[in-house]
Ligand binder design. Sequence first.
Ligand code: BGC
Length: 899
Amino acid sequence: MNILKEAKLCFLLFLMGVLCIPVSGKKRAENFRVVDLRSEYQVNPIGIDVSPRLSWRIQSDYRDFSQMAYQVIVASSLTKLNEEQADVWNSGKVLSSQSLGVSIYNKVLQSRQRYYWKVRVWKNTREFSEWSAPAYFEMGLLSPQDWKSGWIGYVPGMPGRVLYFKGTFVPRKTIKQARAYMSGIGFSELYINRKKVGDHVLDPAQSTYSKRVYYVTYDVGKCFDKAANSIVVPVAPGWLGTPRLRMQIEVTYLDNTTEILTSDRFRSVTSGPIVSSTVFDGEIYDARLETDKLYAPGIPPGLMNKEWAWAHNTDDPVGKMVAQKVEPIKVVERITPTLKQEVRPGTYVFDAGRNLAGWVALQVTGQEGTKVTVRYAETVYEDGTVNQENLRNAKSTDTYILKGGGVERWEPRFTYHGFRYFQIEGLPGKPRKEDIVVKVVRTDVPRTGSFECSNPLLNDIHKMIVNTEASNLHSVPTDCPQRDERMGWLNDMTVRIEQAIYNFGLSRFYPKFMDDIQDTQDAEGTITCVAPYRFGMRPADPVSASYLLLAQKCYEFYGDKRIVSEHFDGMKAWVDYLYSRTSDGIVDYSYYGDWCPPRDFLADPNGSGVSKDTPGKMMSTGYLYLCSEILSEMASALDKQEDAARYARIAKKTAQAFNRHYWNEEVGGYASNNQASNSFALYLGIVDANHIQRVVDNLVEDVKKHNYHLTTGNLCTKYLLEMLTKYGYVDVAYKIASQTTYPSWGFMLKNGATTLWERWEFLTGDAMNSHNHPMMGSVGSWFYKYLLGIVPEFTHPGFEEFTIKPYMPKELTFAKGSLETVKGTIRVSWKRERGMLMLDVTVPENTKAKVYVPGKDIKMITEGKRSVSHVREIICLPKEGDFTVLSVPSGNYNLRCKL
Ligand code: BGC
């Protein structure tokens, strides 16, 4: 477009603008609106215990929407909100593009109070949106004094036993509203008049109970009858050991008087049909023990007999009460399994179709006392029976004993299993399809990413990774869901975080896990190998950079600055501790390092997962460098300049020590010059500029030497793929990723995997042989970060600005996918066809993207038939290497470029 044409267009736009301005000079715009209002990343939460950060998204019919200003009003009732009476808070018109983390300033929020809010935004001085639809948040119990109930338990409770606590409630008047604040630990469920309240399972979220206990708030206003109501709470040992209950039900009557029913007035406790239930071993349910007395209103007479006992008040066994912020665990999917084989007469083995976490629900008819068992496993023996060897000490068996006399339906409540196959014994007849359902159980976080490309193998790998991650979200990110472990290992998390945060919405899950980590920290600053701490070592292996990476990713992906500032001191203490463990700049300990490389690269092929070629202390030192760097960046974001400088200094010194000790001038690589050491050093970004090419060459050479196979463990696999791609060898990275021979993800798939293995080998025996282990899945983030190229920016958190820089291996003809972000959906799709590259991207409202197009000449890149240099919204930035860089505001763009 020449200058004259441009001037004409500008004039036309100007005229259109003038004509659109109403007499008042202000216009309520219909072409953009505010949607998806959230408080603390939740839609209309009840029972929160922090002053919520508010957020919203904008939908616009046009390109280039950026918010110039916003106004939030908060009212104490919906009527007031509708009348725009902001009796709680009025932000006024704030000139800002902020749509995340907006705090309600100077307001002390009251326990139990519900607050209503809405928001409107301005695009420019003249155009503003309608008010959004109203949203609300309701506070929980904010101070310890709000807790009127103490804890109860039953000290003689036997290990593994589920205790049923019981109370009765007779309302005095007509109920207007009721809330149950409830914490039964290990796991519990609330039944009012025989009906379960809500659809959570395995509540509350696990924690370090001596530091913090989660409570869940339920709206129980509609659960009560006028007459006597029975309230029964079965509590299982879960991760605590001895069941405990603390609950209060707060009732507001129509006349606004209130009544609080506390569980420490529940005097009766009994055992019931769930005879025992533990996380690893499974559940035993004896339906013959069901009795109407349990759920019928009224306290049973004759307490302290064989059946009923007094529930005892126990001393406060636990830490502070905290509202559960993480999504609950739920049944998220139901699968009809296929009958694989009748392995012996009356013994049936079923296949759920994929490895997963959950349990089996049964429907059965038979004689009283018939015992049905369900044994869960990831693999089967040659004769078709289930192989439970790799579950180690976990019995993973559920048992149901029939009461007889009709159809009986049952599923376990307080355990879960990791399995693909299950073996049922004792069924009274042949199982029918409709009698058996597999329930998939996990923390109910949303899926946020999608990925697809022209190679079906990579699509299957992506699916396998998503299945694995989904199997390992149970209020903590577990290492595996099946054996006697299921722990939040921090070393695995170091490389898992990014994969998971592209695939799932973890804005509430990760901050919860950070609290778990913080709860393990001691006065010296040490954290532990797993959080909550039930396993492994203290201090944690220094490769547990996940504590800092979690904060960094929450900041980048969700704009969560609070998490950074809340944990800043804790992160600092951990880094200080690591620094105190250096000698000549090298961290003096390591347990796991780059854990579980292929067998030939293990220090002891029949022992643990320690690598023979990748020095553990090198890994420890590298992570001290990385953590110091991240801490320095976070300090800058928090405006803590002194800390920023101090940790930058530590980082620099550590990088020097790393180079001094591990750079091998003779070979031109690090340590043993293996894939792990070289890719790790490159990833850290500490390789001397003059050495980079040699290191990259050595890396590529080594990959070729191994016939395009990796030799890396859980950590460095990530860095290997990323560094090859970054330094111009995306085709080499692609070859590794799309291998089908050992060791590779394709090899797992070829051997029937539907979830990732813990080892590169196919092993089913009694050791570290999980078949559902996320730690090897970092190729999952390579799909998003490199093949789609979606990368957030630390300096513009919450996707305010981000990068789209797709790398395109020659063997792929297309890749496409999306990411649901806090600002809206990012979409990327690229395709090569007849010498043309088609790159379609969607940039959400109120964000900006730098789009890297692998085009040599800007004139060759078009958008809607025009050269991009003539598209009003697009700004062409200086070229970077082989990429042309475009800065684009919100909108859909269909870029075309001759190859
Ligand atoms: C866990 C792994 C972890 C390792 C560290 C194993 O038992 O399952 O995921 O990396 O221990 O030692």
